[in-house]
Design a protein around this ligand. Structure first.
Ligand code: PA5
Length: 431
């Protein structure tokens, strides 16, 4: 399914720079057998096989209920509690999902910032719409979604009464712990759980991602089937032929050679939130102990007219990973004009997809020539199966890459620093 081409990166490495196969093997084995650091949080490795089928059914019934009674679903969550769902909906449905004519509810993502402007605009949009709410928080205690939930719960109770509001509120949180779990039990909200062994940024294939995706009309059976095939393929190939091993090892080898920034590039705007999801995954997993590759992203060709200059000629600390899709459902031909006033007749009759593909090839060649090691990950199609594969590919590669780097890829102690300051400044009891 996924093809990895790293011929654009190898010229930047000598044989002695490569990560030895034994080291990659050990990192992978530690991950699969639960012997590595942070192994309490590796439940996502076999999730595509072991996921809770009865919860999966409940997700589908809840989505059907939401679709039947609401014009909109508010997804309240931050970080791993919203990025995966948003990535899937934008990639598989549309970045303009809320604007297109469709039989499924609009989806609004809130609780991922502290902006009153953002939240009040969405509340205003909902003034004459029926809506449901899915509040997602593994810890159940994160400030941003907790504030948004409190505000929206209030709005719902005024609109639908206590009983009506309760039946429209769906909670996704830890099975046993946290303020949100306690509130869900007290109020009797329908509740879904994120397994104990899966941290936020690895949770897209749990209810955290699957419920909003299903409401938006994404076929989650196909997502899980894609992830399952990826799991089988990548965890059963124990050699450097494995593209996951190759990707993890190449990026770590390049990092050791001073390429401390990885730019994820895609020529499809629908990929934007997939890149945001990827940045959280890699940034929180590897950015610790004073090291780690800084994950950045560009949307091409748009960013060739902003970040392109830096990538081509700025500090040579970059590596680039390009994600491509081979099949396109739609194309637009450049029309022939009697008068060639804009000078584009040389392109007449050619499809935009062809021109986009040429732009990609030309850019990759230019970047490599300019000193940017470049890898390309190609997927056959932009569909549910490919999404499941890609999620699994990146998660597995992240775990292995983190272990090669020598960090715990499953914690995020640094996230606490801002919270501590903020809570002190806000006068939270105990701070
Ligand atoms: O990867 C993680 O665990 C974090 O980045 C979380 O996704 C993020 O902090 C949101 O946490 P929670 O789901 O507990 O509200």
């Amino acid at each position: 399914m996924i093809k990895l081409d790293f011929t654009g990166a190898t010229p930047f490495l000598e044989v002695g720079d490569l990560i030895p196969e034994a080291q990659v093997q050990k990192a992978a084995q530690d991950l699969y057998t639960g012997n590595g650091i942070g192994s309490k949080f590796t439940g996502w490795v076999d999730l595509p096989e072991t996921y809770d089928r009865s919860e999966f059914k409940r997700i589908k019934s809840a989505a059907a209920e939401i679709k039947s009674e609401s014009d909109a679903l508010l997804v309240v969550g931050i970080g791993g509690s919203y990025l995966g769902a948003r990535a899937a909906i934008e990639l598989l449905r549309s970045p303009n999902y809320n604007l297109i004519t469709k039989p499924t509810p609009n989806i609004y993502f809130v609780g991922n910032n502290l902006s009153a402007k953002h939240l009040s605009e969405i509340m205003h949009l909902l003034r004459d719409k029926n809506f449901s709410l899915n509040v997602i928080s593994k810890s159940g205690e994160t400030t941003e979604p907790a504030i948004a939930f409190r505000v929206l719960k209030n709005m719902m109770e005024r609109r639908y009464g206590d009983v009506g509001a309760r039946s429209r509120t769906y909670v996704t949180t830890d099975k046993n712990r946290g303020a949100l779990k306690q509130m869900a039990e007290r109020e009797g909200f329908p509740t879904f759980s994120i397994p104990d062994t899966i941290g936020g940024r690895y949770s897209v294939l749990t209810a955290a991602g699957l419920l909003p995706m299903t409401v938006a009309g994404v076929d989650i059976d196909r997502v899980m089937a894609g992830a399952y095939d990826a799991m089988k393929t990548y965890t059963e190939e124990h050699s450097m032929k494995n593209p996951v091993w190759q990707y993890a090892a190449m990026r770590q080898a390049l990092y050791r050679k001073g390429k401390s920034i990885e730019v994820l590039a895609c020529y499809e705007p629908a990929f934007r939130f997939m890149a945001e999801w990827w940045k959280q995954l890699y940034g929180e997993s590897e950015g610790k102990d004073g090291g780690g590759i800084f994950p950045a992203s560009v949307e091409l060709t748009a960013d060739l007219h902003s970040m392109g200059q830096y990538i081509q000629e700025g500090a040579r600390t970059l590596m680039e990973t390009v994600v491509s899709f081979d099949t396109f459902r739609r194309d637009i031909e450049v029309p022939l004009m009697a008068e060639d006033l804009d000078g584009l007749n040389y392109l007449a009759g050619r499809g935009m997809e062809h021109i986009n593909a040429v732009a990609k090839r030309a850019t990759m060649e230019a970047h490599i020539a300019g000193g940017v090691p470049t890898m390309e990950l190609s997927l056959p199609d932009m569909d549910e199966t490919a999404f499941g594969w890609l999620v699994y590919f990146f998660q597995l590669a992240c775990g292995i890459s983190g272990y090669i780097q020598g960090v715990n890829p499953f914690d995020q102690p640094g996230v606490e620093a801002y919270k501590k300051n903020m809570f002190q400044m806000l006068g939270k009891p105990g701070y």
